[in-house]
Design a protein around this ligand. Structure first.
Ligand code: ADP
Ligand code: MG
Length: 204
């Protein structure tokens, strides 16, 4: 836990880098089946967290996660902000409730459930939730980080064939088929970044 906190600024930097590098791509995905703002939304949120990375690293991990969640809600906006925010806030709350002994992995299922409630969405709706469920399954199987990252990428790819049932893309009906969901893509990219970081710093 202590190590996780000390490594947090580095992890934030890694997540920020992947969002900045892929903002245009996320925008293009959202232009195809939404309103085109997912890249700029995610970049805005990422910049806000990146700007506070040192202060966040000085907080106990549960508080840091809740603070990141609140920053994401306030800055990403759109549909994705409250969903990513809920994930982090809930994980932080669970960690705090269990004090220091609750592994981060145990906080994931209730946090993912909170995201589903918040979005009134479920698996197969072609959203970022499809990636979160895949990550959760891999984490609960105790897959190594590299495999968790692969399952996130596969889950994002799998949204291409789906018809969107939630969010703006659902307005397109069958025309949403054939495009990757932008939120699923950002979620897989962030998962990849976090997993690469965890491989580099296994104690995190
Ligand atoms: P907006 O749709 O308001 O423009 P963004 O473009 O930032 O917001 O985010 C769109 C992404 O949010 C979608 O690609 C999808 O993954 C996710 N999303 C939208 N609505 C929902 C929902 N009800 N449940 C889960 N995820 C959703
Ligand atoms: Mg959008």
């Amino acid at each position: 836990m202590q190590t996780s906190r000390l490594l947090l600024p580095g992890l934030i930097e890694a997540c920020h880098a992947v969002i900045v590098a892929n903002a245009d791509h996320l925008g293009a995905l959202d232009r195809a089946i939404g309103d085109g703002d997912h890249g700029t939304n995610m970049k805005r949120g990422s910049e806000a967290v990146y700007a506070e990375r040192d202060q966040l690293g000085g907080l106990p991990l549960p508080e840091a996660m809740e603070r990141i969640g609140m920053l994401l809600v306030a800055t990403i906006g759109g549909a994705a902000g409250p969903l990513y925010g809920t994930l982090l806030i809930e994980m932080g709350r669970r960690l705090r409730a269990g004090e220091v002994d609750v592994p981060l992995t145990e906080t994931l299922p209730p946090a993912v459930e909170a995201v589903a409630r918040r979005g009134r969405s479920q698996a197969g709706d072609k959203t970022l939730l499809d990636v979160l469920y895949a990550v959760q399954r891999a984490v609960l199987k105790r897959s190594p980080p590299a495999e968790v990252a692969v399952s996130a990428t596969v889950a994002a790819q799998d949204t291409i064939a789906m018809k969107a049932l939630r969010g703006r893309a659902s307005f397109l009906g069958d025309r949403s088929i054939g495009h990757m969901d932008p939120g699923a893509c950002s979620c897989a990219l962030l998962t990849g970044s976090i997993c690469r970081f965890l491989e580099e710093f296994p104690s995190a």
